[in-house]
Design a protein around this ligand. Sequence first.
Ligand code: ASP
Length: 583
Amino acid sequence: MYRSHHCGQLRTSNINEEVTLSGWVQKSRDKGFVIWVDLRDRYGITQLIFDADRTPEAMVSMAKSLGREFVIQVTGTVIERSSKNPNLETGDIEILVSKLTVLNEAIVPPFTIEDQTDGGEELRMKYRYLDIRRNPVKNNLIFRHKVTQEVRSFLSSQDFIEVETPYLIKSTPEGARDFVVPSRMNEGQFYALPQSPQTFKQLLMVGGMDKYFQIVKCFRDEDLRADRQPEFTQIDCEMAFVEQEDILNIFEGLTRHLIKSIHGKELSSFPRMTYDDALKTYGNDKPDIRFGMQFGELNAVAQHKDFGVFNAAELVVGIAVPGGNSFTRKEIDGIINWLKRPQIGALGMIYSRCNDDGTYKSSVDKFYDQDDLGQWAKITGANPGDLVCVLSGPTDKVRAQLSALRMELAERLGLRDPKEFAPLWVTDFPLLEWDEDSKRYHAMHHPFTAPKPDQIKLLDTDPGAVKANAYDLVLNGNEIGGGSIRIHDKATQALMFDHLGFTPEEAKEQFGFLMNAFEYGAPPHGGLAFGLDRLVAILGGQETIRDFIAFPKNNSGRDVMIDAPSAIDETQLKELHLKVNLK
Ligand code: ASP
């Protein structure tokens, strides 16, 4: 038996018991005649004591030779500590060791295994197994386990069945590139790794499973943006005989259950907002509503006043920054420079200070009088002491720029409290999205999303205006989930493929299996998927998903620990019928 207890377990009630513990040497302190060793395992730290009076000499010298991260086993008696450590759960006791076995030695780790480590990101990733010994990473993984367990328990209680779907499949378009796997047994043919189990979960509905979920890996070969992983985990769900309302209710229930079980917080019912309103009010389809600063459109009051810049703009829009009148001229210049950086790309910013005495002072006083500026304040909801920041230009661009400014200022003003949870359903997404590069419409969500029934007619005349029963769940400015009501008849699915530029042959070739299934009694159905990595990170009050993934990839999609991707040898290539031009 390696141990009778773990390292976080023993208390004063165990005093005088003989125990056996195993773990890693966190650190040791050698005071000559007394040696203390902190023994660590997943559960905590227990202090061991070896002393010249009570411990055989041979063992004392063995204890002196223990290095950091040695794996040891000890047997000894639990005794009361003379100087207690209130910061440690086991801080009242220590183990007077009578038997010490070194189970394995360790070379010096490349960074310190402490909560605050001296190891940089790349080094920590290379030795991720050492990183995982550190509390912050370990606790995140335990936290993730807790979240997934709560997800499973909630969904199971609602009659969902977890079903596994295959990883070696045929491409499912979700807007990204597929990772492909060559088939050895079928020369020249490839599997694709699923971007999501979308078509399979729909087929499970045709199969009568009624309520399905799966905590599942998905793969998307996208150009990597910060904090995106090429493989990531979804909580994937689908339900039959449901309308949008049923789905929103169930998954609002799941989200509320998670926040309750993990943070003990009761959330009231989630607000909803249409996609169009979200863009108009926050410039963004995933608004952070923990704070205000809603957009106020100023065209009606700011145009036709001799200020050419505004007159020429498609949209003039502002936000009121709470307390922003206290910004110095230099601070405002800083904000303007921030906006002008290529990532944001604004040409400039107009502002109006709302003084405490009810007067205004703007950067365009030449063109706007106190009444005009009063209108600006009214429309943006500014109070005395605030700063109205105004941008102008083409609608889409300006909204994106002002949205970025809104988030940045909220961050600077400390309005994004990670302990506060502000969920929001964004509904009525457009069905299609125009793609400038390919000069055609793409499915905004995916090609299986149903248009709103009364809008199917519009597909021929104004495809861009067609709305779908598609929705996203947004939490604190992050899209944590999204889904839709699906098409469940062959004719509509064929029509959709047609609008997406597929010939009937292409549609049949790629999705014949789904359209065939729709001919065998497909129930109305819909669902959604949550991004688990991000959900866990937000629930954990953090932003970086990598910290909640045991073995993440770096920003270039590499696993630096196992060194993947990597070349494969000639024989393997041959077997796979692949020719690679190696440089
Ligand atoms: N398959 C979709 C996605 O991965 C989610 C869904 O529509 O259920 O975003």
